[in-house]
Design a binder for this molecule. Sequence first.
Ligand SMILES: NC(=O)c1ccc[n+]([C@@H]2O[C@H](COP(=O)([O-])OP(=O)(O)OC[C@H]3O[C@@H](n4cnc5c(N)ncnc54)[C@H](O)[C@@H]3O)[C@@H](O)[C@H]2O)c1
Length: 287
Amino acid sequence: MPGVADRVIVVTGAGGGLGREYAMLLAREGALVVVNDLGGARDGSGAGHSMADAVVQEIRDAGGTAIANYDSVATEEGAAALIKTAVDEFGTVHGVVNNAGILRDGSFAKMTTENWESVQRVHLWGGYFVTRAAWPYFKEQNHGRVVMATSTSGLFGNFGQANYGAAKLGLVGLINTLAIEGRKNDILTNAVAPLAATRMTADIAPQEMLDQLPPAHVAGVVGYLMSDECTDTATVVVAGGGSVRRVALFQNKGAHFATPPSIDEVAAQWDLITDMSGAELGLNPLG
Ligand SMILES: NC(=O)c1ccc[n+]([C@@H]2O[C@H](COP(=O)([O-])OP(=O)(O)OC[C@H]3O[C@@H](n4cnc5c(N)ncnc54)[C@H](O)[C@@H]3O)[C@@H](O)[C@H]2O)c1
């Protein structure tokens, strides 16, 4: 069977919002799904079992296969226990959707180290911990799929989200290298920046916009990136409201200096240095 059938896929933060949609679609398509959710509030406080349990019940009622896990992705032990749930229940893990997330918004002038750190912990460290715990299984079986939840706030910036944006673009940096290291073992690592009406966006975007952004629009994109058919790696797409678009870093021809340039010489060439006409997809010159 094509797609994700019989693949063991962990979806973090799947007790609501986008993660729930991903888990439901993957299970509908025959994947064996681990529904992870800490069960706390939007800012990461609190915990509970009811969110993950409810999604597992929905999946089972619809004839799918799923098991709940309530560990926090923000700790190495939590991530290890999450992957252990997959392995104990289904024998291995084929894919991870790093979707769990929290918000601690505030302008940079008011940023506290606690709000900076807790957001890095869940998004960037969480993506690292869970993917790192699954990686040996991916290598061993020569197959793995990773999707990171990134954000337009990281790709383009957003007022009040310095902590969140830095973490979200950090995940893109992570998949760029994981794509290189994983390719020979058919481990593909991609990222999706969703746009969807969830509790996370409830008071951030106007209601007329949110009405156009049901989370279900994003699930098929994540499903494709988790599928056997997918061959892309290190690809970033923005998905929501019926549109799915690639975002990539381009590099222009720039300016060249035969000798170390002075400040004035750089200034004189600045228009050429920053002119993006004729730019091409960027590649690491050291890679
Ligand atoms: N909704 C959007 O438009 C949008 C835009 C850009 C990025 N995102 C990203 O998509 C992902 C899903 O967001 P959402 O909009 O569905 O919000 P959401 O709040 O509904 O979902 C996030 C889920 O993660 C869980 N979670 C939080 N901390 C956790 C932890 N430490 N361990 C395990 N689970 C934890 C929460 O309990 C929650 O169910 C997030 O990573 C978010 O940053 C969403």
